[in-house]
Design a protein around this ligand. Structure first.
Ligand SMILES: [Zn+2]
Ligand SMILES: [Zn+2]
Length: 155
């Protein structure tokens, strides 16, 4: 296994289709390691790199950061995606997509949205709002929200 940082290995980012391909931006790894150090708990990568065919198969966005190794979806046991997002927001130059089942992090510039949430079957984007708590409050998402627990999404 190729080690990418203190706590991450290349194999964790391999495409989910079985094609064995992996690609991860060193910038993304740096941000994920920062998050790992802050929370001090293992981070489970649920989707890292995606080849074109796999991204299409699961209905990912056409220009998804997963295609270029600039994005990853993750979970931390015992921590909700909302809580994770609030913690990750301390890290500079990342975008955060809050999904019922996972947190999406990528290192693309916000154009314009830095945050988004998947709620009631659709994406809500932060647009010009650069404050995460204000964005969540405006969309009635709280730390104890139980929205969309069964919704599966793959941005
Ligand atoms: Zn693949
Ligand atoms: Zn994602």
């Amino acid at each position: 296994m190729t080690k990418l940082s203190k706590d991450f290995e290349a194999g964790e980012f391999t495409c989910g289709c079985g094609c064995q391909k992996d690609k991860v931006s060193p910038v993304l790894i740096d941000k994920l390691q920062q998050l790992r150090d802050i929370i001090d708990k293992p981070i489970i990568i649920t989707s890292g790199y995606r080849c074109l065919a796999y991204n299409e198969h699961i209905g990912g966005a056409v220009n998804s950061p997963h295609l270029t190794g600039e994005g990853a979806d993750l979970q931390v046991k015992g921590t909700t995606p909302i809580t994770l997002a609030i913690i990750a927001d301390r890290i500079d130059h990342i975008r955060l997509g809050i999904n019922p089942s996972h947190l999406h992090i990528d290192v693309r510039p916000p154009n314009p949205s830095k945050y988004w949430i998947f709620k009631n079957g659709k994406y809500i984007y932060s647009g010009k709002e650069k404050n995460l708590s204000k964005f969540l409050k405006k969309n009635l998402v709280t730390l104890t929200s139980t929205w969309g627990k069964s919704e599966a999404v793959y941005p």
